[in-house]
Ligand binder design. Structure first.
Ligand code: FAD
Length: 394
């Protein structure tokens, strides 16, 4: 198994690095680096820059305006993006709905919707989870009842990321109640400006707004907005979740965060010495770095297998667990390095203390916000179940 990049892959890496360093606006990178962004406009503008370059749909087939990137090129692009503090590509339209439309959508849906995803006319959000239907997604209750050439939708979705920026939502809805719960689910596209749709923000623990509740009251949705066959939505849902879990390990983010913590620990002093010389802190740092190195190699091993056409099965669950645990450990190390400056509401007096490094104001927010990463995309407990099942049934 080859874990090093080929000359072509190294050339691609150099090309991506050079492009991002030239094309990524400095103010956007600064907001990503200091944790105050990216804003909605930052994400939108970065998508537009990538679309002009032809890289926004990197993994899409050329026939749909993509570049046919395989898993290794995608990995290189995402790692270089993270290292340069580029906004992460918003996945809902580009990486979730688009592959679904390409596999299950009608020709009319593909030709109408795919170009609108690429050029940013549509911002999609994901309507899967409901109160009472998260890990146990098949128990979802939002109903869609047929009325001529429309469905009438009633129910509620929750945790809808960036719903406040979206104009459309792809939803799992219940179209049949008898039989197995999985057999009565359909995949429906809904315009958020349809009468009867109401979006309400949920405030997260660190005070930010990025998720929402969406309520549907007698919402009329054309039957033409159904993707695939009625009651066949569970197959589509599972296909989409497979795409959601790729690159959830986020090695680039961790590599970047580790470098920042090392820089911080060289600046911050404890008992007159740089923190990095403190044996306890250095041991914690080394432990996390060793975990990260092991995960990077595991990631490359899986990419190499996927690029050779191998089936990954339950292995991405391992990366999801490790990747998110490592990112949370790094948040914890940053908090320890900052000491009192990591308090959620640091006193202004701290700015006058010699121990306080600059750019600490978003640390607490990052720490609390990143509690989410071991929950979304299928919680880590569920990933452990998938792994255990995959390994024990081999
Ligand atoms: C920030 C954020 C953004 C999100 N964005 C979206 C979005 O855009 N669209 C969307 O549809 N959803 C979104 N989600 C929802 C996410 O997918 C769910 O939160 C997740 O699937 C868990 O479901 P739940 O919250 O209902 O928790 P529950 O399923 O109720 O689980 C509660 C706890 O019990 C554990 N648990 C549950 N079942 C088992 C089991 N069988 N074995 C062991 N432990 C178990 C879980 O791990 C968890 O710790 C988002 C969530 C968050 C936090």
């Amino acid at each position: 198994m080859d874990l090093s990049f080929s000359p072509q892959e190294l050339a691609f890496q150099a090309e991506v690095r050079a492009f991002i360093s030239k094309a990524l606006p400095k103010d956007i990178a600064a907001r990503v680096a200091d944790g105050s962004g990216p804003t909605r406009d930052d994400m939108h503008n970065w998508h537009a820059i990538l679309n002009d370059k032809g890289w926004l749909g990197g993994t899409w087939p050329a026939a749909h305006g993509g570049c046919d990137w395989g898993p290794i090129k995608l990995h290189i692009f995402e790692e270089e993006s993270a290292l340069a503090n580029a906004p992460r590509i918003v996945p809902f339209g580009l990486k979730m709905l688009a592959p679904v439309l390409m596999k299950f959508g009608s020709a009319a849906q593909q030709s109408e919707l795919l170009p609108r995803i690429l050029d940013g006319r549509d911002w999609w959000c994901q309507g899967y989870s409901e109160p009472g239907a998260g890990s146990d997604l098949a128990s979802l209750k939002t109903r869609a009842e047929r009325d001529g050439d429309h469905y009438i939708v009633n129910g509620q979705k929750t945790w809808t990321t960036y719903g406040q920026y979206a104009n459309r939502i792809f939803c799992l809805v219940r179209t049949r109640s008898d039989g197995k719960p999985q057999a009565g689910i359909s995949f429906l596209l809904i315009d958020l400006d349809t009468p009867g749709v109401e979006m309400r923000p949920i405030r997260l623990i660190e005070g930010g707004f990025e998720v929402n509740e969406v309520f549907f009251t007698d919402v009329r949705v054309p039957v033409a907005n159904l993707v695939g066959a009625e009651n066949d939505g569970w197959t589509i849902a599972k296909y989409l979740l497979g795409h959601e879990r790729t690159n959830i390990a986020g090695t680039g983010f961790s590599v970047q965060a580790l470098a920042q913590i090392k820089a911080l620990a060289r600046t911050v002093k404890r008992n007159g010495k740089p923190l990095i010389e403190n044996p306890l802190f250095a041991a914690r740092l080394a432990e996390t770095e060793a975990e990260l190195e092991a995960m990077k190699i595991t990631n490359l091993r899986m990419l190499s297998k996927a690029a050779a056409g191998g089936q990954l099965g339950a292995e991405p669950s391992m990366l999801k667990i490790k990747g998110t645990v490592i990112r949370q450990s790094l948040n914890d190390l940053a908090r320890r390095a900052l000491g009192p400056a990591a308090a959620p509401f640091p006193s202004e007096d701290l700015d006058n203390l010699a121990i306080t490094p600059p750019n600490h104001s978003h640390n607490a927010a990052d720490y609390f916000n990143n509690r989410k990463i071991s929950i979304y995309g299928g919680s880590n407990e569920i990933q452990r179940n998938i792994l255990a099942k995959g390994m024990m049934t081999r």
